[in-house]
Design a protein around this ligand. Structure first.
Ligand SMILES: Nc1ncnc2c1ncn2[C@@H]1O[C@H](COP(=O)(O)OP(=O)(O)OP(=O)(O)O)[C@@H](O)[C@H]1O
Ligand SMILES: [Mg+2]
Length: 269
Protein backbone atom coordinates (compact mmCIF):
# COMPACT_ATOMS: atom_id res chain seq x y z
CA UNK A 1 0.00 0.00 0.00
CA UNK A 2 1.13 3.45 -0.75
CA UNK A 3 1.92 5.59 2.28
CA UNK A 4 0.18 8.70 1.02
CA UNK A 5 -2.76 8.88 -1.35
CA UNK A 6 -3.99 12.16 -2.69
CA UNK A 7 -7.38 11.75 -4.28
CA UNK A 8 -9.20 14.39 -6.32
CA UNK A 9 -7.82 17.15 -4.12
CA UNK A 10 -8.91 20.72 -4.86
CA UNK A 11 -8.05 23.81 -2.91
CA UNK A 12 -9.90 27.04 -3.38
CA UNK A 13 -10.00 30.36 -1.50
CA UNK A 14 -13.24 32.20 -2.27
CA UNK A 15 -13.36 32.19 -6.09
CA UNK A 16 -9.63 31.59 -6.46
CA UNK A 17 -9.00 27.98 -7.41
CA UNK A 18 -5.40 27.25 -6.41
CA UNK A 19 -5.05 23.50 -6.82
CA UNK A 20 -7.15 21.52 -9.23
CA UNK A 21 -7.84 17.84 -9.01
CA UNK A 22 -4.55 16.46 -7.70
CA UNK A 23 -4.18 12.70 -7.77
CA UNK A 24 -1.05 11.11 -6.46
CA UNK A 25 0.25 7.97 -4.82
CA UNK A 26 3.46 8.31 -2.85
CA UNK A 27 5.24 5.28 -1.44
CA UNK A 28 6.86 5.35 1.95
CA UNK A 29 10.49 6.49 1.76
CA UNK A 30 10.19 8.52 -1.42
CA UNK A 31 11.90 11.89 -1.74
CA UNK A 32 9.56 14.10 -3.74
CA UNK A 33 10.88 17.39 -5.05
CA UNK A 34 8.41 19.98 -6.32
CA UNK A 35 8.87 22.96 -8.58
CA UNK A 36 6.50 25.46 -10.14
CA UNK A 37 6.02 29.15 -10.77
CA UNK A 38 5.63 31.50 -7.83
CA UNK A 39 2.05 31.54 -6.57
CA UNK A 40 1.00 28.26 -8.20
CA UNK A 41 0.15 26.57 -4.91
CA UNK A 42 3.19 24.61 -3.74
CA UNK A 43 3.12 25.93 -0.18
CA UNK A 44 -0.62 25.44 -0.15
CA UNK A 45 -0.08 21.80 -1.06
CA UNK A 46 2.39 21.41 1.82
CA UNK A 47 -0.10 22.95 4.24
CA UNK A 48 -2.66 20.38 3.14
CA UNK A 49 -0.15 17.58 3.71
CA UNK A 50 0.70 19.01 7.10
CA UNK A 51 -2.96 19.01 8.03
CA UNK A 52 -2.88 22.75 8.72
CA UNK A 53 -5.68 23.16 6.20
CA UNK A 54 -8.32 20.81 4.90
CA UNK A 55 -8.76 20.58 1.13
CA UNK A 56 -11.90 22.19 -0.32
CA UNK A 57 -12.57 18.89 -2.06
CA UNK A 58 -11.03 15.45 -2.08
CA UNK A 59 -9.08 13.40 0.39
CA UNK A 60 -5.57 12.85 1.65
CA UNK A 61 -4.95 9.42 3.14
CA UNK A 62 -2.01 8.37 5.24
CA UNK A 63 -1.66 4.58 5.14
CA UNK A 64 -5.26 4.39 4.03
CA UNK A 65 -6.57 6.59 6.85
CA UNK A 66 -7.77 10.20 6.28
CA UNK A 67 -5.33 12.76 7.65
CA UNK A 68 -6.04 13.93 11.16
CA UNK A 69 -7.45 17.46 11.30
CA UNK A 70 -4.42 18.77 13.17
CA UNK A 71 -0.73 18.60 12.34
CA UNK A 72 0.47 15.47 14.12
CA UNK A 73 3.87 14.30 15.33
CA UNK A 74 4.19 12.02 12.30
CA UNK A 75 4.71 15.12 10.17
CA UNK A 76 7.60 17.55 10.55
CA UNK A 77 8.02 20.81 8.70
CA UNK A 78 10.83 23.23 7.83
CA UNK A 79 10.17 26.58 6.15
CA UNK A 80 12.41 28.76 4.04
CA UNK A 81 12.86 31.34 6.74
CA UNK A 82 14.19 30.26 10.06
CA UNK A 83 11.36 29.23 12.27
CA UNK A 84 13.30 28.77 15.50
CA UNK A 85 12.49 30.52 18.77
CA UNK A 86 14.92 33.40 19.35
CA UNK A 87 14.64 33.36 23.15
CA UNK A 88 15.58 29.69 23.47
CA UNK A 89 19.04 28.18 23.15
CA UNK A 90 19.83 25.70 20.40
CA UNK A 91 19.25 22.81 22.79
CA UNK A 92 16.14 24.50 24.22
CA UNK A 93 14.69 24.85 20.74
CA UNK A 94 15.05 21.16 19.99
CA UNK A 95 13.91 19.99 23.43
CA UNK A 96 10.81 22.16 23.32
CA UNK A 97 9.18 19.98 20.67
CA UNK A 98 9.69 16.86 22.77
CA UNK A 99 8.48 18.65 25.88
CA UNK A 100 5.29 19.83 24.22
CA UNK A 101 4.73 16.36 22.83
CA UNK A 102 5.30 14.66 26.19
CA UNK A 103 3.52 17.27 28.31
CA UNK A 104 1.18 19.38 26.17
CA UNK A 105 -0.17 21.44 29.07
CA UNK A 106 2.96 22.12 31.04
CA UNK A 107 5.40 22.18 28.12
CA UNK A 108 7.96 20.76 30.50
CA UNK A 109 9.23 17.30 31.30
CA UNK A 110 10.59 16.22 34.64
CA UNK A 111 13.13 13.72 35.92
CA UNK A 112 13.96 10.74 33.73
CA UNK A 113 11.74 11.88 30.88
CA UNK A 114 13.52 15.20 30.78
CA UNK A 115 16.91 13.52 30.84
CA UNK A 116 15.89 11.28 27.95
CA UNK A 117 14.55 14.20 25.95
CA UNK A 118 17.83 16.03 26.54
CA UNK A 119 19.89 13.06 25.38
CA UNK A 120 17.82 12.60 22.26
CA UNK A 121 18.05 16.31 21.47
CA UNK A 122 21.81 16.41 21.95
CA UNK A 123 22.24 13.36 19.70
CA UNK A 124 20.06 14.95 17.03
CA UNK A 125 22.01 18.21 17.22
CA UNK A 126 25.27 16.31 16.94
CA UNK A 127 24.02 14.55 13.82
CA UNK A 128 23.36 17.92 12.15
CA UNK A 129 26.75 19.27 13.24
CA UNK A 130 25.55 21.55 16.02
CA UNK A 131 27.01 19.59 18.92
CA UNK A 132 29.32 22.49 19.78
CA UNK A 133 26.54 25.09 19.76
CA UNK A 134 24.06 23.70 22.31
CA UNK A 135 24.02 26.78 24.52
CA UNK A 136 24.10 29.39 21.79
CA UNK A 137 21.10 31.51 20.92
CA UNK A 138 19.79 31.56 17.31
CA UNK A 139 20.96 35.14 16.66
CA UNK A 140 24.53 33.94 17.16
CA UNK A 141 24.18 31.30 14.42
CA UNK A 142 24.79 31.61 10.69
CA UNK A 143 21.90 31.07 8.26
CA UNK A 144 23.05 27.53 7.51
CA UNK A 145 23.31 26.73 11.22
CA UNK A 146 19.81 28.10 11.84
CA UNK A 147 18.45 25.91 9.07
CA UNK A 148 20.25 22.88 10.50
CA UNK A 149 18.66 23.74 13.84
CA UNK A 150 15.23 23.89 12.18
CA UNK A 151 15.86 20.46 10.62
CA UNK A 152 16.96 19.03 13.97
CA UNK A 153 13.83 20.50 15.55
CA UNK A 154 11.64 18.77 12.97
CA UNK A 155 13.46 15.43 13.04
CA UNK A 156 13.87 14.96 16.79
CA UNK A 157 10.23 13.96 17.00
CA UNK A 158 10.98 11.16 14.50
CA UNK A 159 8.30 12.12 12.01
CA UNK A 160 7.54 9.77 9.15
CA UNK A 161 7.00 12.61 6.74
CA UNK A 162 9.20 15.65 6.40
CA UNK A 163 7.82 18.71 4.60
CA UNK A 164 10.39 21.20 3.37
CA UNK A 165 9.35 24.53 1.88
CA UNK A 166 12.38 25.96 0.09
CA UNK A 167 14.48 25.24 3.15
CA UNK A 168 17.78 26.27 1.56
CA UNK A 169 16.53 29.17 -0.54
CA UNK A 170 18.26 31.77 1.59
CA UNK A 171 21.63 30.01 1.81
CA UNK A 172 24.89 30.48 -0.08
CA UNK A 173 25.62 27.85 -2.75
CA UNK A 174 28.53 26.30 -0.81
CA UNK A 175 26.46 25.89 2.34
CA UNK A 176 23.57 24.56 0.29
CA UNK A 177 25.75 21.72 -0.91
CA UNK A 178 26.63 20.79 2.67
CA UNK A 179 22.95 20.92 3.56
CA UNK A 180 22.13 18.61 0.65
CA UNK A 181 24.58 16.02 1.91
CA UNK A 182 23.22 16.35 5.42
CA UNK A 183 19.62 15.99 4.29
CA UNK A 184 20.37 12.99 2.08
CA UNK A 185 22.23 11.21 4.85
CA UNK A 186 19.42 11.84 7.36
CA UNK A 187 16.86 10.67 4.81
CA UNK A 188 18.77 7.47 4.02
CA UNK A 189 19.21 6.64 7.68
CA UNK A 190 15.62 7.27 8.70
CA UNK A 191 13.43 5.96 5.90
CA UNK A 192 11.54 9.27 5.96
CA UNK A 193 9.17 10.29 3.21
CA UNK A 194 10.20 13.76 2.08
CA UNK A 195 8.26 16.44 0.20
CA UNK A 196 10.47 19.36 -0.71
CA UNK A 197 9.57 22.53 -2.59
CA UNK A 198 12.42 24.23 -4.39
CA UNK A 199 12.84 27.02 -6.91
CA UNK A 200 15.98 25.36 -8.17
CA UNK A 201 15.47 22.66 -10.77
CA UNK A 202 18.97 21.24 -10.37
CA UNK A 203 18.45 20.97 -6.60
CA UNK A 204 15.23 19.08 -7.26
CA UNK A 205 16.98 16.84 -9.73
CA UNK A 206 19.95 16.10 -7.47
CA UNK A 207 18.04 15.32 -4.30
CA UNK A 208 14.78 13.72 -5.31
CA UNK A 209 13.64 10.25 -6.25
CA UNK A 210 10.80 11.92 -8.11
CA UNK A 211 10.32 15.45 -9.41
CA UNK A 212 6.93 17.04 -9.79
CA UNK A 213 6.06 20.14 -11.74
CA UNK A 214 3.05 22.19 -10.63
CA UNK A 215 1.58 24.26 -13.41
CA UNK A 216 -1.58 26.10 -14.34
CA UNK A 217 -2.39 24.85 -17.80
CA UNK A 218 -5.60 26.77 -18.35
CA UNK A 219 -5.85 30.50 -17.87
CA UNK A 220 -8.96 32.60 -18.35
CA UNK A 221 -7.88 36.26 -18.54
CA UNK A 222 -11.40 37.33 -17.57
CA UNK A 223 -11.35 35.16 -14.44
CA UNK A 224 -7.78 34.60 -13.19
CA UNK A 225 -8.95 32.43 -10.31
CA UNK A 226 -11.09 30.09 -12.41
CA UNK A 227 -8.49 27.37 -12.85
CA UNK A 228 -5.90 25.96 -10.51
CA UNK A 229 -2.54 24.28 -10.88
CA UNK A 230 -2.11 20.58 -11.43
CA UNK A 231 0.86 18.27 -11.42
CA UNK A 232 1.76 18.34 -15.09
CA UNK A 233 5.01 16.39 -14.93
CA UNK A 234 5.91 13.57 -12.58
CA UNK A 235 9.44 12.48 -13.45
CA UNK A 236 11.07 9.44 -11.81
CA UNK A 237 14.68 10.24 -10.91
CA UNK A 238 15.95 7.16 -9.18
CA UNK A 239 15.99 4.59 -11.95
CA UNK A 240 17.25 5.90 -15.25
CA UNK A 241 19.18 9.13 -14.70
CA UNK A 242 19.75 9.72 -18.40
CA UNK A 243 16.07 9.39 -19.18
CA UNK A 244 15.29 11.69 -16.26
CA UNK A 245 17.79 14.24 -17.51
CA UNK A 246 16.24 14.09 -20.98
CA UNK A 247 12.76 14.55 -19.51
CA UNK A 248 14.02 17.59 -17.64
CA UNK A 249 15.68 19.06 -20.70
CA UNK A 250 12.41 18.63 -22.55
CA UNK A 251 10.43 20.73 -20.06
CA UNK A 252 8.93 23.70 -21.84
CA UNK A 253 10.67 27.03 -21.47
CA UNK A 254 7.38 28.36 -20.11
CA UNK A 255 8.09 26.33 -16.98
CA UNK A 256 11.88 26.41 -16.72
CA UNK A 257 11.90 30.14 -17.48
CA UNK A 258 9.98 30.78 -14.27
CA UNK A 259 12.37 28.79 -12.11
CA UNK A 260 15.89 29.55 -11.00
CA UNK A 261 18.27 29.03 -13.90
CA UNK A 262 19.45 25.48 -13.42
CA UNK A 263 23.13 24.81 -13.33
CA UNK A 264 22.95 21.22 -14.47
CA UNK A 265 26.65 20.53 -14.33
CA UNK A 266 27.26 17.26 -12.60
CA UNK A 267 23.56 16.57 -12.58
CA UNK A 268 24.01 13.45 -14.66
CA UNK A 269 26.39 11.95 -12.08
N1 LIG B 1 -5.02 31.29 3.28
C1 LIG B 1 -5.17 31.77 2.05
N2 LIG B 1 -6.21 32.56 1.74
C2 LIG B 1 -6.39 33.05 0.50
N3 LIG B 1 -5.55 32.81 -0.52
C3 LIG B 1 -4.49 32.05 -0.28
C4 LIG B 1 -4.24 31.48 1.00
N4 LIG B 1 -3.10 30.76 0.93
C5 LIG B 1 -2.66 30.87 -0.33
N5 LIG B 1 -3.49 31.63 -1.05
C6 LIG B 1 -3.34 31.92 -2.50
O1 LIG B 1 -3.02 30.71 -3.13
C7 LIG B 1 -2.10 30.92 -4.19
C8 LIG B 1 -0.92 30.00 -4.06
O2 LIG B 1 -0.12 30.40 -2.97
P1 LIG B 1 1.12 29.54 -2.49
O3 LIG B 1 1.74 30.28 -1.36
O4 LIG B 1 0.70 28.15 -2.21
O5 LIG B 1 2.07 29.54 -3.77
P2 LIG B 1 3.54 28.98 -3.95
O6 LIG B 1 3.53 28.09 -5.13
O7 LIG B 1 4.04 28.43 -2.68
O8 LIG B 1 4.36 30.32 -4.33
P3 LIG B 1 5.89 30.72 -4.00
O9 LIG B 1 6.73 29.94 -4.96
O10 LIG B 1 5.92 32.18 -4.29
O11 LIG B 1 6.17 30.39 -2.58
C9 LIG B 1 -1.79 32.41 -4.18
O12 LIG B 1 -2.58 33.01 -5.15
C10 LIG B 1 -2.20 32.83 -2.80
O13 LIG B 1 -2.59 34.18 -2.82
MG1 LIG C 1 5.59 28.97 -1.36
Amino acid sequence: MSAISIRNVWQQYDDNVVLENLNLEVASGEFITMVGASGCGKSTFLRLLLGQEKPSKGQILLDGVPLAAEPGPERGVVFQRYSVFPHLTVLGNVMLGLELQGSPLLGRLLGTQRREARERSVAMLESVGLGQALDKYPHALSGGMQQRLAIAQALVKTPRILLLDEPFGALDPGIRKDMHELLLSLWKKSGLTVFMVTHDLSEGFTLGTRLMVFDKTRIDPQAPGAYGARITYDIPLNSDRLAARAALDALPERITGKLATPDMQGASA
